[in-house]
Design a binder for this molecule. Structure first.
Ligand code: NAG
Ligand code: NAG
Ligand code: NAG
Ligand code: NAG
Length: 502
């Protein structure tokens, strides 16, 4: 009896020892001590129509894990994009002041000096660079000076190329959805990486498409290879300048005005019936590099034209389609305007203005966009609505509602005829504004890439050295666990058989 108790105690001690050993190995003591502090990073997204600021945060010791960086707060600067302050000294810098002040408040003072600060400008500044390169450089210098005067660690104020903008959007989407290989604590991979999804971005002055492809990319300008956590991703990325929603609407107006002749009144098939507004030929229509090819030989830029809506779906779709060229493809296949594109594959996330267009279509018609024919059906209904019907249904101002028919048709032509989404692939697009608590856009991917928070090296290799002995000791403890269990089982069995005899 006494011997049996003694053996049980020994076995239990071994068992407890094994469990404690395993627990100590798997949950490192460091993680159990005081929780690590937050780090912060700031990105100013200087778009063509406005500037937004995003503050991200992450735990100081976990910056290389995916799904760890989250959005802390955001700020939307009043007034136009920085490119709209061309020729206005101090204008662009002034427009950032309120948001930067908010950042000073939002981030703990002790972290200020180590918080990286980035500004990325997109198509608005790319267009200004075309019109007046000196002025575009001056605006950029001016915002850089303003950023340097902040208590943060200034990193960069740059104009992103269209390809970069597309790729950073793709990085953001897949980071937030945790599609990249994910690294867990103490040298283990939680997932080896999932199928990535494509990114569709619609801004004010340009639109981007980016997705992983295994097809041959015939135009080398469209390939981007990204090495993330030791895995190489081959992206197709393309940006269409002047195909953002504001510049597209301008092109549409320019097209209507030139085809109808410069008169005091022009009819607009995409505006709601009876809706009318007045536009200045220079400021609202032809003062943009995007409408240069429509410019009449001579016109008075100060002249106002009354634009009267006719709410005609068919005619609107025709006019919108004329702004795309589906001819002259020098590759095996093209999306539009002679640009090569492989077939769209996999799932996509569509954000920014795509999200709002989808939201308006939904709230105006309640028709889910599950196929090209449902999309068409919904847009037909919208183009037949009056402006007051639209503002009543969505509680949004006329400013936005007057363009929903035009922009929906634009999105329809872009996605179906342009990118080639069809009955099968259109439902694979999800329209989102946020994912994992962060705004979807290029800003997060830009910060992650520039700060090498998504290293190209496989993290397993970086931590490989301590992994060897660690795994060895873990193995020993697991063996001990089994020995203790086996020992207990043996004691139990022998007791049972003895009891059987008695
Ligand atoms: C470009 O901007 C500069 C100011 O930076 C101005 O002096 C110049 O006139 C502008 N050029 C054109 C062609 O508008
Ligand atoms: C323009 O709209 C106003 C109401 O906003 C209306 O009174 C006027 O008749 C319209 N003009 C045209 C030419 O349709
Ligand atoms: C797509 O679906 C519509 C209606 O469901 C059908 O008429 C059309 O033929 C389909 N197109 C293709 C390419 O499958
Ligand atoms: C994260 O990655 C960077 C760049 O590869 C590296 O320098 C850094 O040591 C890594 N940090 C951690 C916590 O592993």
């Amino acid at each position: 009896m006494a011997l049996r108790d003694y053996r049980i105690i020994t076995a239990l001690v071994l068992l407890v020892l094994a469990i404690v050993g395993i627990v100590l190995l798997v949950f490192p003591a460091k993680d159990m001590e005081n929780p690590p502090e937050n780090m912060f990073g700031i990105v100013l997204d200087a778009g063509s129509s406005h500037t937004s600021m995003y503050i991200y945060k992450w735990l100081a010791d976990k910056q290389n894990d995916t799904g760890i960086v989250t959005q802390h707060s955001e700020c939307h600067a009043k007034g136009g994009g920085i490119s709209s302050y061309a020729g206005v000294r101090g204008g662009a810098a002034g427009s950032l002041k309120d948001c930067l002040k908010q950042a000073v408040k939002d981030i703990p003072k002790s972290r200020h000096h180590q918080t990286p600060l980035y500004l990325g400008a997109t198509a608005g500044m790319r267009l200004l660079g075309k019109v007046n390169a000196t002025e575009s450089k001056r605006v950029l210098k001016e915002v850089e000076k303003e950023m340097r005067s902040c208590p943060f660690k200034f990193k960069e104020a740059a104009i992103l190329s269209g390809q970069e903008e597309g790729a950073y959007g793709w990085v953001t989407v897949n980071y937030l959805l945790e599609n990249f290989a994910k690294y867990g604590f103490v040298g283990r991979w939680l997932n080896p990486g999932r199928q990535t999804i494509g990114a569709l971005d619609l801004g004010g002055a340009s639109t981007q498409i980016a997705f992983e492809t295994s097809e041959v990319v015939e135009d080398k300008d469209n390939v981007m290879e990204l090495k993330l956590y030791g895995k190489t991703y081959r992206l197709y990325t393309q940006s269409f300048l002047c195909y953002g929603q504001d510049q597209f609407l301008r092109k549409l107006l320019a097209h209507l005005i030139t085809t109808q002749g410069v008169k005091t009144q022009v009819s607009h098939p995409c505006y709601p019936q009876q809706y009318n507004t007045s536009v200045k030929l220079g400021h609202d229509v032809f003062d943009s590099p995007c409408t240069q090819s429509y410019k009449p030989a001579s016109f008075d830029p100060q002249k106002s034209v009354r634009v009267v809506g006719t709410g005609d779906y068919r005619s609107c779709l025709d006019s919108v389609t004329k702004l795309f060229s589906f001819e002259n493809c020098s590759y095996s296949k093209c999306s539009f305007n002679g640009v090569f594109q492989p077939n769209v594959t996999g799932n996509f996330m569509a954000f920014s203005a795509f999200f709002f267009t989808h939201k308006y279509i939904n709230s105006l018609t309640n028709i889910p966009i599950t196929s090209p024919s449902r999309l068409k059906e919904a847009i037909q209904l919208i183009c037949n609505m009056t402006i007051s019907e639209m503002t009543a249904k969505t509680k949004q101002s006329e400013k936005y509602m007057k363009n929903v028919c035009a922009v929906s048709n634009f999105v329809q032509v872009l996605l179906l005829q342009g990118y080639g989404f069809n009955n099968h692939s259109l439902p694979s697009i999800s329209f989102e504004k946020q994912a994992g608590g962060a705004s979807v856009g290029w800003a997060l991917g830009y910060m992650l890439s520039l700060s090498s928070m998504i290293p190209g090296e496989r993290l397993g290799l970086m931590k490989a050295l301590p992994l060897g002995p660690w795994a060895g000791i873990l193995f020993l403890f697991i063996t001990l666990l089994f020995i203790a269990l086996g020992y207990l089982l043996m004691i139990y069995r022998s007791t049972k058989s003895k009891e059987g005899i008695v």
